[in-house]
Design a protein around this ligand. Sequence first.
Ligand SMILES: Cc1cc2nc3c(=O)[nH]c(=O)nc-3n(C[C@H](O)[C@H](O)[C@H](O)COP(=O)(O)OP(=O)(O)OC[C@H]3O[C@@H](n4cnc5c(N)ncnc54)[C@H](O)[C@@H]3O)c2cc1C
Length: 379
Amino acid sequence: MDFLNEEQIAWRDTVARVMEREVGCEYVRRCDMERQYPYEAYEKIARLGWLRLLIPEEQGGDGGTIFDYALMCEGLARYGFDFATAFMVSTFTAMNIVKYGSPAQREQYLPRFMRGDIRFSISISEPSAGSDAANTCTRAEISGDAWLIRGQKLWCSGAAANNTVIAMLVRTDKDARKHHGLSVLLVPNDSPGLDIRRLPTLARRATGTTEIFADDARVPAGNLLGEAGMGWEIITDHLELERIAVSAAYVGNAQQAVSDALRYAQERVQFDRPIFEFQVIRHLIADMQTAVDAARLLVYRAASMASQGLSCSREVSMAKLFASETLQTVTRQGMQILGGHSMLPEADMERYFREGMQSTIGGGTSQIQRTIIAKSLRL
Ligand SMILES: Cc1cc2nc3c(=O)[nH]c(=O)nc-3n(C[C@H](O)[C@H](O)[C@H](O)COP(=O)(O)OP(=O)(O)OC[C@H]3O[C@@H](n4cnc5c(N)ncnc54)[C@H](O)[C@@H]3O)c2cc1C
């Protein structure tokens, strides 16, 4: 049974075809091995117009639904979650400008973004603001016609890529209580006073994740998104879309891990028979595919509710929790099925496994998702 309508099936198949013919697994693998941002693929996707999928028609986009967007994220992650991240951070962060940007900001950023000339990153985390994301210490003060930013941000994915504008959570009112007094600034990554360093992480090797040092970094006064003090509201809204996107991408990557494991199990002969003939292996694969299907249904439910404008933070957290843990579990099981071959980059499973290890941390950890779900269940 397929829950998708004809248009959605056609869109899903288009994304799959482009990934297979225009991008390919070898390219994605090479970007990971060489820790190279996927610039060529980004240009191709931009030329296809996919960056404008979620942007409303009146702002020059295609006005697609969050469900369409989830299908795209699922497809883009087929050969690796990290690859899809390059597109996801840019596209879900762009929506903050759509929702909270002034007409001048939309005019300044959105056409260039949709053409692929600039991209976006989101910078919430800091050394002492991880799960406790509102514990932001980076300060921004207005000085004449500019904001001066001072502090350190951490884990900002994609921020070192060419022509990136970082949506950065900063504290603009040091006297306001924790979640108040926060604002979001649009900070081009070549702003004076900014030092961005890529980190040698286990996962996210192509898109890259970074630490950012701001030493009186300067951005124009007009780069404040929304109003001063609206930072937490913007970030809460942002995280809902981010979690739908990444959950869909976990499913896409997890499906590929199961398909790879199945193919290998049918081809690999030991004791004169394909290892798929051993019940312990075939049952493992049955469990893996069942988990991926269940994760997909949770993601589609959350994306469908969000598309209808329904309140769905519980459903989004359930999708994030289950899809990330599924990616982590099936890639670990895939490693076991591929045996020694799983250790080589050519087998791809070790890359999927590394992404799986990251998935239960980035975008809010599994523990935080459980906390959100539990809070929503309380009578
Ligand atoms: C590869 C990568 C890319 C990332 N990209 C970005 C990005 O682009 N932008 C960005 O802003 N951030 C990004 N992050 C940061 C990510 O969102 C944080 O790592 C995440 O929110 C967890 O924060 P932390 O790592 O400081 O862990 P901590 O918050 O220190 O947590 C450590 C452990 O304690 C647990 N814990 C903490 N508080 C609680 C609690 N209240 N109840 C129960 N358990 C708790 C956590 O679940 C975790 O297991 C990225 C991280 C990684 C690893």
